[in-house]
Design a protein around this ligand. Structure first.
Ligand SMILES: [Zn+2]
Length: 77
């Protein structure tokens, strides 16, 4: 499966771990939409849901799409 590139600083929440939206275990990692998720869990989800928008549980749709890699950057700021 394709691996995500989550090197950007926004993927690490320094305020502490929160339950992963996918496996429920604590993670300091965040998706590009700010959803707590392990990178491996997000990759797994993408692999199992090709082309499917990412919806949160309990019927709430935050308008997020599937987990994304960081866009290519010319330079880190
Ligand atoms: Zn997880």
């Amino acid at each position: 499966m394709p691996l995500l590139d989550w090197h950007g600083a926004q993927h690490f929440d320094h305020t502490g771990p929160r339950p992963c939206a996918l496996c429920g275990k604590p993670t300091p990692l965040r998706s590009r939409q700010g959803e707590p998720a392990h990178k491996v869990c997000a990759e797994d989800w993408n692999d199992q849901h090709p082309g499917v928008p990412r919806h949160l549980h309990k019927g709430h749709d935050r308008g997020t799409e599937r987990f994304h890699s960081d866009p290519p950057k010319k330079k880190e700021t």
